[in-house]
Every structure is written in structure tokens, then in C-alpha cells.
Write a protein that binds this ligand. Structure first.
Ligand SMILES: O=C(O)CCC(=O)C(=O)O
Ligand SMILES: [Fe+2]
Length: 323
């Protein structure tokens, strides 16, 4: 039954062919429908033929694994430093031992902003990950357009919130989860919903990502050449919960190091977020969230990571603004 429960798969090839092709237009329409349906039911889907070369993804994951395999003193050379004008410091960070999560990461913003700290070793790290980042940013724009069309919104609608301004702080992060041990258990990332607009996940062959669907944890098995996409809280709020920011987690396995990379489409901290009239007043439905400034939510969520509460139940999430 695993196949029946697997994430919906959407082929994006029709978006990379000529506009005038009628077959491609029909194929686009059905891909858009499939994306919206997946976001309504799972909040997650996979894409193939997405414009990010398979070989670039595997090289990026290998280089990232090579970086995390370096001794701690080497990784510390690109340690994230507070106070560099970004919401979360760019660079290397190991989650604190009091955190329920157990991972280390290297966080990068849009390369042209100049915030990033790149390791000198392995030496192709910077150019390869920057290239992968750039391709994912393009895919991010395409997926926002697919969602806008699928939700009956004008072209460019979501980009009004996420536009590539220097303060939108989209980010790309390489992640490493340590093998599970008896001593510290198997939690990689405890269950959560993503707080931003959209997340793209690229993973190695180890597995461990799971999505909560109808009360059951569904494994997001690694499938070569595919990218996993999920909706974050901001799209859930704008669509008044028509599209779902699904709960997910990462489970570590004994004896296995998991490497993944995420690209996150973020929203300017100054944007005010509330359910759109298209999904409330205009359809006679009450708003399910009160309005808030995105930057305020970012601050609340940062406490989960850097000053974690005693139990995951006390983590801040979007229900803080629920009506
Ligand atoms: O590493 C992964 O597969 C997912 C990471 C994730 O859920 C997150 O960083 O929010
Ligand atoms: Fe997540």
C-alpha cells in the first residue's frame, strides 16, 4: 500500500515547453490542478522535470556531506555570527544540545546579498551550491505562479509577498542529521510546520522525512531526480487554510547520516498577512486567522530554534494567530 500513500507526483515538463503548444497548455492545466489538490490534501508534493539538473543536486549533496564530515574546528571557521543584518545568521550552526532536534546546518541567503560564509573546503562547494540555489530560486518563482493560477489569483500574486527584495531573505540550507543512538534517541527535527511561504527539499538516499496525513506518519521516500515541495504557514493563512501547511518531522536512523538541502521562499518581514477576501468575505467564510506582521511571527519562531522551550508542545506555531 506504500505506493497509494506516497506523495502525489507532478511532472513540470509542460512548463518548460513552448507557450503556443496546445498539448502543453492542457498538460499545464492538469499539472496545476494536481498541485492544488496535493496542497489541499497533503500540503506536500513531489515534482519531476523541474529544471534543476539531477547531477547538480547529487553533486551539491555530496559536497555538503564532505563539508559536514570535516573536523569541528574546520566547520567553526564559517560559524554563524549574530548581528550581521539577517533574520537568522548565515553560516554553520549546530543545534544546541538542549534542543529536542539533532542536526547541524549551513545557511545561505541569496548569494548577491553578500551575507554568506562559504567553507574553503571542499573547494567546489561555493560555486556548486550557488548554482543549485539559483536554479531552485527559478523553480520557486514557477511554483508560486502555478499556485496563483491554481487558486484563481492574478499572475504574480504571491510574488507581491515574496518578491526578491533584499529584505525577503529567501534561504538555502544544507543539513546534516547524525545517526540515531540509544542515548539521544531518533528525533532529527521534531514535528513542525514550516513558517514561511514554500519549502523545497532535496534529500540523499537515507530517508527519514515524514508527513502527517490523516493522523498517520507517511514516509517521504527518496526518489532520485525528484524535489519535494511543501506549503508553509504564510500560504496557509493567505488561503484561509484551503491549502495546508502540513506537519512533518525528520526521524534519524541508527548508523546512518542523513543529508538534505532546503530552499525556502520567504516573505518580507514588513508584510502584513491575513486571509485573503477571495477565501473569506467573497465566499462567505469567516477568516481563520487574525492579521499579523510577518516579522513578529519570525521572532516567535526563532525562539523555538535558539531558545527552545522545555517541550515541543510549547513551540510557537501559526495557531498563535488562529481565530
Ligand atoms: O531535512 C529535511 O528533509 C526537512 C527539513 C525541514 O523540515 C525543515 O528544515 O523545516
Ligand atoms: Fe520543515
Amino acid at each position: 500500500m506504500a505506493a497509494a500513500k506516497g506523495l502525489p507526483m507532478v511532472d513540470l515538463a509542460p512548463f518548460f515547453t513552448d507557450d503556443g503548444d496546445e498539448g502543453a497548455r492542457a498538460a499545464r492545466a492538469s499539472a496545476i490542478e494536481a498541485v492544488v489538490e496535493a496542497c489541499r490534501t497533503y500540503g506536500f508534493f513531489r515534482v519531476v522535470n523541474h529544471g534543476v539538473p539531477r547531477e547538480l543536486v547529487s553533486r551539491s549533496l555530496e559536497l555538503s556531506a564532505a563539508f559536514f564530515a570535516l573536523p569541528d574546528e574546520e566547520k567553526a571557521k564559517v560559524a554563524a555570527e549574530a548581528g550581521r543584518g539577517t533574520p537568522i545568521p548565515a553560516g554553520y550552526f549546530r543545534l544546541p544540545s538542549r534542543s529536542p532536534d539533532n542536526a547541524e546546518y549551513l545557511l545561505m541567503y541569496q548569494p548577491h546579498l553578500g551575507h554568506n560564509l562559504y567553507p574553503a573546503e571542499p573547494h567546489e562547494f561555493r560555486e556548486t551550491l550557488d548554482e543549485c540555489h539559483e536554479k531552485l530560486a527559478k523553480l520557486g518563482v514557477l511554483v508560486q505562479e502555478i499556485l496563483a493560477e491554481g487558486m484563481g489569483l492574478p499572475p504574480g500574486f504571491f510574488r507581491k509577498y515574496t518578491a526578491d527584495s533584499d529584505s525577503s531573505f529567501h534561504f538555502f540550507a544544507a543539513l546534516h542529521y547524525f545517526p540515531a543512538t540509544e542515548e539521544d534517541g531518533s528525533v532529527g527535527l521534531s514535528k513542525h510546520e514550516d513558517g514561511k511561504a514554500l519549502t523545497f527539499v532535496l534529500q540523499d538516499t537515507v530517508g527519514g522525512l515524514e508527513v502527517l496525513k490523516d493522523g498517520e506518519w507517511v514516509p517521504v521516500e527518496p526518489i532520485d531526480g525528484t524535489i519535494i515541495i511543501n506549503i508553509g504557514d504564510l500560504i496557509q493563512v493567505l488561503t484561509n487554510k484551503k491549502l495546508k501547511s502540513a506537519t512533518h518531522r525528520v526521524v534519524r536512523k541508527p548508523g546512518m547520516h542523513r543529508h538534505s538541502m532546503i530552499y525556502v521562499v520567504n516573505v518580507d518581514a514588513d508584510k502584513w498577512i491575513e486571509p485573503l477576501p477571495e477565501f473569506t468575505d467573497k465566499v462567505g467564510k469567516p477568516p481563520r486567522y487574525r492579521w499579523f506582521r510577518h516579522g513578529e511571527y519570525v521572532e516567535l519562531r526563532k525562539r523555538n530554534k535558539f531558545d527552545p522551550p522545555a517541550t515541543p508542545e510549547e513551540f510557537y506555531n501559526i495557531n498563535y494567530y488562529a481565530i
